[in-house]
Design a protein around this ligand. Structure first.
Ligand code: G6P
Ligand code: ZN
Length: 543
């Protein structure tokens, strides 16, 4: 047998975060770092023998080499079959779809999502389970536990596989099926949305820009938006995946997608603009002259989803992460369906989707998706918006204004303080935490605090409990402050401050969110003593 067993020792710090294991690329490429983690995945799931996996990534630096290592390890661990995207490319939602479509046992996705790629940038490995979704905490904990005990890993000493063209090959006794990364995903989208109606809108002069940020959605967006829906060539910008994302930070938000933002706010702006992240699961939505906050986008999609064929039967329920604005809760109330509040991290939606409790889910972190896969899905959100625009025949700005008139406006913003000293950030959260019991009933910035707690979640399906998911402070007028430390960073700590205030009066729906939220922002700084604790009073990213 060409399988070779290598001795190894545990490596510190192989603990998956909000979304898989993410580290600087040189950490992953160092000696057997990747091998240890992959073997720990196989060991933690009861071995790979006889199993089928899906494999692919967002094309960042080391994607291709890591894929070869994983194929050789899967073969040496006795896997029956691996379905892998051509050139080892798969967007995260497409990988999720392929796992479900092929009834695979799981999948390995190579990505650090929206973090930059390159020899000195970030890399990541994420394991998804048979439902197509990110491994739940019990599984990631088992993987981490295994990384601390590992003594050997197995790898085939063959040359690997040519992933340059589609078709079946074998690697030792394992079948490797190289697939077109786009085809099955595009077919799924055609089944959910009214492509004819969208085509008609486009034929009528509708214009759009899609920024793929030199990352994995380029081929998907080009095939779907340009080839199938008939938008002109060039609609997709930065459409070829590059190992270093062409130097871009592929995070679709107003800060990192500045070029697209400027275009959409300019005189020549097209009707619609959108962007997706490194691995294709995030989205940003823009109209001519208007930015749609992810929380509002979720609420609008939930209120209008029935206009798309895939959702015409209505929604079973909706779910949002705790820091996401409560705008979608108002929609759920009007629709008479349940709204679930989960911790940050798409994995928490998996059980709700599997149990048929929620159809559409979303997060303030530019993620929206539905039960069609078990990941958030950037292009899905873009296509649902296009379907809604086509049916309603209104602009993005008109749809938003209508939405706020009907439901009121939840002014919302997130302030990020990045690259903080980890100890200082943890100390700040610790002290704030200690203050929580004393805050209720006190007044700050003229607003009385109605409740203050640290969010804990009991999964309504399996009863599992997740504690310490973020501090939330609610005021009597419904305004809300949430603070938590990011679980996806790779250097230092990032403090996320989430701010929300509800405004029912349509005459006051046209304010700049930062202005509308000014008292809430001041209250947050006073409560957490942010400047004193972390030495900064200005965020470096505002979304
Ligand atoms: C990833 C996850 C999301 C999560 C986001 C923010 O994108 O897939 O579900 O909302 O990270 O995580 P963070 O811990 O950095 O706020
Ligand atoms: Zn992502």
């Amino acid at each position: 047998m060409p399988a070779v067993t290598h001795e190894t020792q545990p490596i510190e710090g192989q603990k998956p975060g909000t979304s898989g294991l993410r580290k600087k690329t040189p950490v992953f490429t160092h000696r057997h770092y990747l091998q240890n983690f992959v073997q720990s995945i196989f060991d933690a799931i009861g071995g790979a023998a006889g199993k089928t996996f899906v494999l692919g990534g967002d094309g960042r630096f080391f994607n291709d080499k890591a894929a070869q290592v994983i194929l050789k390890m899967a073969a040496a661990n006795g896997a029956a079959r691996v379905i892998v995207g051509c050139d080892a490319l798969l967007s995260t939602p497409a990988a999720s779809h392929l796992i479900r479509l092929n009834k695979a046992d799981g999948g390995i996705i190579l990505s650090a999502s929206h973090n930059p790629g390159g020899p000195q940038a970030d890399f990541g490995v994420k394991y998804n389970i048979a439902n197509g979704g990110p491994a739940p905490e019990a599984v990631t904990e088992a993987i981490h536990a295994r990384t601390q005990q590992i003594t050997e890993y197995r790898i085939s000493d063959t040359d690997g596989i040519d992933l340059g063209s589609t078709g079946e090959q074998t690697l030792d006794d394992m079948v490797v099926e190289v697939v077109d990364p786009v085809a099955d995903y595009a077919a799924l989208m055609e089944g959910l949305f009214d492509f004819d109606a969208i085509r008609e809108m486009i034929a009528g002069g509708f214009t759009m820009r899609f920024d793929a940020m030199n990352a994995v959605t380029g081929p998907y967006a080009t095939e779907i938006l340009e080839n199938r829906l008939g938008l002109p060539a060039g609609t997709v910008m930065h459409g070829s995946p590059k190992p270093d994302f062409g130097g871009m930070h592929p995070d679709p938000n107003p800060h990192w997608a500045r070029g697209l933002m400027d275009e959409m706010m300019g005189a020549e702006a097209p009707d619609f603009g959108a962007a997706s992240d490194g691995d294709g699961d995030r989205n940003m939505i823009l109209g001519r002259g208007i930015y749609v906050s992810p929380s509002d986008s979720l609420a609008v999609l939930a209120a209008n989803a029935h206009l798309a064929p895939g959702y015409k039967a209505g929604l079973k329920g909706v779910a949002r992460s705790m820091p996401t604005s409560t705008a979608v809760d108002r929609v759920a109330e009007a629709l008479g369906i349940e709204a679930y509040e989960t911790p940050t991290g798409w994995k928490f939606f998996g059980n709700l989707l599997d149990a048929g409790k929620a159809t559409i889910c979303g997060e303030e972190s530019f993620g929206t998706g539905s039960d069609h896969v078990r990941e958030k899905d950037g292009l899905w959100a873009v296509l649902l918006w296009l379907n809604i625009l086509a049916v309603r025949g209104q602009s993005v700005a008109e749809i938003l204004a209508d939405h706020w008139r009907r439901f009121g406006r939840n002014y919302y913003s997130r302030h990020d303080f990045e690259a903080l000293d980890t100890k200082a950030a943890e100390q700040m959260m610790h002290e704030l935490h200690a203050d929580l019991p004393t805050l209720m009933g006190t007044e700050i910035e003229g607003m009385r605090i109605a409740s203050a707690d640290d969010f804990a979640y009991t999964d309504p399906v399996d009863g599992s409990v997740s504690r310490a998911q973020g501090v939330r402070i609610r005021f009597e007028d419904g305004a809300r402050i949430v603070l938590r430390l990011s679980g996806t960073g790779t250097s230092g700590a990032t403090l996320r401050l989430y701010l929300e205030r509800y405004e029912p009066d349509p005459a006051k729906h046209g304010l700049d969110p930062q202005e509308a939220l000014a008292p809430v922002i001041r209250a947050a700084h006073a409560l957490a003593a942010i400047r004193h604790q972390i030495g900064r009073d200005q965020p470096n990213v505002i979304t």
